[in-house]
Design a protein around this ligand. Structure first.
Ligand code: PLP
Length: 232
């Protein structure tokens, strides 16, 4: 049952945090509800989670309309196609999956049209899996500088999807890579000059899913994207 699953996950988050001296309040659970119904999302909300993640804009739109009365923060976690940007900017509070500069620029353009400042994360490819979207590690710093020129985008952090592995421990290096990358960005001289990086709040790390969220938290995750452990 969903409420039991949620309380189990919260317990696991608390344990993971205690292992590394972190505060569980600093971790946001994003319930990834792709393939699930609006009714199932209601159950999640009733269990105290208000962050809902979808990986396709059209599915999200349908559920968004049904759940318009509920207080929900909508997260886009899947690849965003150009022809869906306008709808995405309208409904999502945070877009985790910004994987190219071109996409960031178009999000900025659409956000400007509706007078919104769109929160985003840059998706980083921390592993060599060829099918995966995202910036390469060595491209990220340049991308951060470019994205921060865009007035209708606020860059909130980085996101990665670790490869599927047998043992969650094997995902640790990918999470560590993302955290180190964020820390390196903090060290950029330009980042210390708020005037140049007006929208600069690059603190969030969206990493960790059902099979590996505890390891991700040990490595600094601030947002875990959890599907199966909540809904199954
Ligand atoms: C489906 C999905 C998740 C959740 O995966 P689970 O293994 O079910 O927890 C997280 N992030 C992304 C990008 C997804 O597509």
């Amino acid at each position: 049952m969903i409420p039991d699953n949620v309380s189990e996950i919260k317990k696991q988050i608390t344990f993971a945090c205690s292992r590394v001296g972190r505060n569980p309040d600093d971790i946001t659970i994003v319930a990834v509800s792709k393939t699930r119904t609006a009714d199932e999302i209601q159950e999640v909300i009733n269990s105290g989670i208000i962050d809902i993640g979808e990986n396709r804009v059209q599915d999200a739109l349908n559920k968004y309309n049904i759940l318009a009365q509920r207080h929900i923060r909508w997260h886009l976690v899947g690849h965003l196609q150009t022809n869906k940007i306008k709808d995405a900017v309208r409904i999502f509070d945070l877009i985790h999956s910004v994987d190219s500069l071109k996409l960031a620029q178009e999000i900025d353009r659409q956000a400007q049209k509706i007078g919104k400042v769109q929160d985003i994360l840059l998706e980083v490819k921390t592993s060599e899996e060829p099918t995966k979207y995202g910036f390469k590690e060595e491209e990220v710093i340049e991308a951060v500088k470019e994205v921060n020129q865009l007035k209708n985008i606020r860059l909130r952090g980085l996101m990665t999807i670790a490869p599927i592995v047998e043992n969650p421990e094997s995902a640790r290096p990918y999470f560590r890579t993302l955290r180190e990358l964020r820390d390196r960005i903090y060290e950029l001289p330009a980042c210390r000059q708020a005037s140049e990086f007006t929208s600069y709040e690059l603190g969030d790390l969206s990493m960790g899913m059902t099979d590996d969220f505890e390891v991700a938290i040990e490595e600094g995750s601030t947002m875990v994207r959890i599907g199966r452990a909540i809904f199954e």
